[in-house]
Write a protein that binds this ligand. Structure first.
Ligand SMILES: Cc1cc2nc3c(=O)[nH]c(=O)nc-3n(C[C@H](O)[C@H](O)[C@H](O)COP(=O)(O)OP(=O)(O)OC[C@H]3O[C@@H](n4cnc5c(N)ncnc54)[C@H](O)[C@@H]3O)c2cc1C
Length: 384
């Protein structure tokens, strides 16, 4: 496997590198049912090193409009001074923007709201045996919902901030190689937007990047090692199969840039899927160029809504089962990146079906084969 960078990064959650956005563009076209965007972040002067397979941690801030609504619902001006967990004191507007999460409700806050407003139904939800009901209550609700639904819960500024969770970093699979783009890091990010309880909401970090970051906005970042999600040595003949639908494509863009830069020998096969080809074929021209110059040996795509019957990457894999099994028998590494909830399971099942059918294996032998793939590190997953 490729060697790890020699210099251990000086940056971490407590000491992030303050990067700046260099360039960004939409990967989804007009009329697309979702919004996915490509970001290029400048790392000049950071000395930051990473390998294909690593992720970038980004510390977001909350949307100012949401902060103002929370302040208003609590009758605060925003100028009230509260302890700042990062040290000293700060205005409540500052900590609600930079330090605390407004989209996740801590049970401590829920209990305090229930207690202050005398909401016995809400208090009952916090009982240990009500975990499932509580989970349902939390789904699609944020701090503002809880406050607005319970207007009689009155808080002192510091009392309120003491009941909030910290605003955490988000991880993004890096979609560039330092060999192709020195002193830069690229990301491929789906913007999370949805409607809940009559209000339009956005995922904190994906909308921070899409709506609130300009070239002058401080972007606190650091590298999180993707140990295990690594390319074979460039001199190795080991074939690689990369399955990356949606934003799962990110690390494979990095892989292919690296392989082009190092003149990697083994053959490579990319599976990509999205909703439709015309609006969601991310980085299409780059894959065409890699096919032309031989960096990429094969690409198979599945655009789910381009035909009557939904078609996903696992269906394409099954169609190509014979060849895919041949590659596995030649020692290929199978990489998968993207959605953990459904896609990763569907792809895993497709792999098992291929091994059973093309390898003529019994259910027990399929389990053995898949276990052997995992133990020999030839089945690598980066799913979220
Ligand atoms: C190792 C790793 C690599 C990753 N790589 C990438 C990547 O390359 N690209 C990428 O885009 N993402 C990637 N992610 C996911 C990323 O880290 C974030 O989780 C994602 O961007 C959402 O973060 P956010 O802050 O925008 O949304 P958040 O503020 O975290 O909001 C998301 C939450 O909103 C809620 N929600 C969402 N939709 C609805 C709805 N319809 N109804 C009710 N509630 C809803 C859910 O509770 C959901 O958990 C990766 C994650 C990991 C762990």
């Amino acid at each position: 496997m490729s060697t790890e960078p020699h210099v251990k990064s000086a940056y971490n959650v407590k000491n992030p590198f303050i990067a700046h956005l260099k360039n960004a563009y939409d990967l989804t076209g007009v009329g697309a049912p979702k919004h996915t965007r490509h970001y290029e972040i400048d790392l000049t002067g950071s000395g930051m090193e990473f390998l294909p397979g690593d992720s970038l941690a980004v510390q977001p801030t909350n949307a100012p409009a949401l902060v103002e609504l929370v302040l208003k619902s609590l009758n605060f001006t925003g100028e009230e001074t509260v302890p700042n967990p990062k040290g000293g004191e700060a205005s409540i507007r500052h900590v609600l923007t930079d330090v605390f999460s407004l989209t996740e409700v801590d049970i401590k806050l829920l209990k305090a709201v229930a207690d202050k407003s005398g909401n016995s139904e809400l208090m009952a939800l916090t009982a240990p045996e009500k975990k499932e009901e509580l989970k349902k209550y939390f789904w699609g609700r944020d701090v503002l919902d809880v406050l607005e639904e319970n207007p009689f819960a009155i808080f002192e500024p510091a009392e309120f901030t003491g009941l909030l969770r910290k605003l955490l970093i988000r991880l993004y699979s890096i979609s560039s190689s330092l060999k192709a783009y020195p002193e830069q890091v690229h990301l491929t990010v789906a913007t999370v937007r949805y409607e809940s309880h009559g209000r339009t909401r956005g995922g904190v970090c994906s909308t921070f990047l899409a709506d609130r970051v300009s070239e002058t906005t401080p972007l606190p970042t650091f590298i999180k090692s993707g140990m295990g999600f690594r390319l074979p040595e460039p001199t190795s003949d080991t074939p690689i199969i990369m399955c990356g639908p949606g934003t799962g494509i990110a690390p494979f863009r990095s892989f292919l840039q690296e392989r082009k830069a190092t003149g990697a020998k083994g053959k490579s096969w990319l599976f990509f899927g999205e909703v439709n080809r015309s609006t969601c074929f991310f980085y299409e021209k780059e894959w065409e160029d890699y096919l032309t110059d031989g960096t990429l040996s094969k690409i198979d795509t599945a655009f789910s809504r381009d035909q009557e019957k939904k078609l996903y990457v696992q269906h394409r894999m099954l169609e190509r089962g014979k060849e895919l099994y041949e590659w596995l028998e030649q020692g290929a590494i199978f990489y998968i990146c993207g959605d953990a909830t459904r896609m990763a399971t569907d792809v895993d099942n497709a792999l098992r079906e291929i091994v059973a059918k093309e390898g003529g294996k019994s259910p027990e032998q399929v389990i053995e084969y898949m276990d052997a793939l995992k133990t020999s590190k030839r089945y690598r997953r980066d799913v979220y």
